[in-house]
Write a protein that binds this ligand. Structure first.
Ligand code: SF4
Length: 231
């Protein structure tokens, strides 16, 4: 079938004479190269967690994650097919209107090649932050890397050397041991955070407080945006 009119594929519109199959292939290639990304949502808010908590930042949430944390609070992000392939120029143009601090999150953003997106963001002079499980190869140019490792798919070795903060989620008491194992792998400058999983915060906070007081190399991170009822 040949198409000669404006076609909508997710958010992408173009005049084309390509067959539908050819067009899908072309877009898939752009996604695979990082020139388009499955954009789930983007919003300007306050970073609620970790070292930069309290900082106004523009969030870009990229779809796609196969890590599979059972307590994940963005399960809608898992399937990249639900989120429209979006030209990175469009993403960057939107983002820089709002903030000098851009946080790329997911899903697992390192599912994709982050090189082209961060290259364009850096050309616009903004700070690039990523929130990642580290489960895939590190791509992109980052001013701040928040590594939040997950037991079921451990980070790749190279990211431990580059992580600026290690954010370990505490769902139950076994997670303190995992947090220590991960802390033993990061570089000496990496800031260490323990953060209660949101649904377990009331149960786990007393243990986290005790643990941090007994082991002050750790700091507490809270999802303050959720307390503030902002995205
Ligand atoms: S890595 Fe993040 S997005 Fe993926 S399942 Fe775990 S919490 Fe959810």
């Amino acid at each position: 079938m040949k198409l000669k009119k404006t076609i909508k594929f997710g958010r992408v519109k173009r005049i084309t004479e390509l067959s539908l199959c050819e067009m899908k292939k072309e877009i898939l290639e752009l996604v695979n190269s990082g020139k388009m990304l499955p954009l789930m949502e983007e919003f300007y808010t306050i970073q609620g967690e970790g070292y930069h908590k309290g900082t106004a930042a523009y969030f870009i949430r990229i779809g796609g994650c196969d890590v599979g944390c059972h307590w994940c609070d963005v399960k809608e992000s898992w399937s990249s097919e639900l989120h429209p392939p979006t030209d990175i120029a469009e993403i960057v143009n939107n983002a820089v209107k709002y903030s000098n601090t851009i946080v790329v999150t997911g899903g697992e953003p390192l599912t994709w090649n982050m090189g082209p997106l961060t290259e364009q963001l850096k050309l616009r002079g903004v700070q690039t932050h990523i929130e990642t499980s580290g489960a895939y190869n590190l791509t992109g140019e980052w001013d701040w890397i928040c590594l939040s490792p997950k037991k079921i798919k451990l980070p790749k070795e190279e990211i431990y050397k580059k992580a600026n903060e290690l954010k370990c989620i505490i769902y139950n008491n076994n997670d303190f041991k995992f947090a220590e194992e991960e802390a033993s792998k990061v570089n000496g400058k990496c800031i260490l955070y323990l953060q209660p999983e949101w649904s377990k915060r009331e149960k786990m906070m007393p243990s986290i407080v005790d643990y941090v007081m007994a082991n002050p190399k750790w700091k507490v991170s809270l999802q303050t945006h959720k307390y503030l009822n902002i995205p």
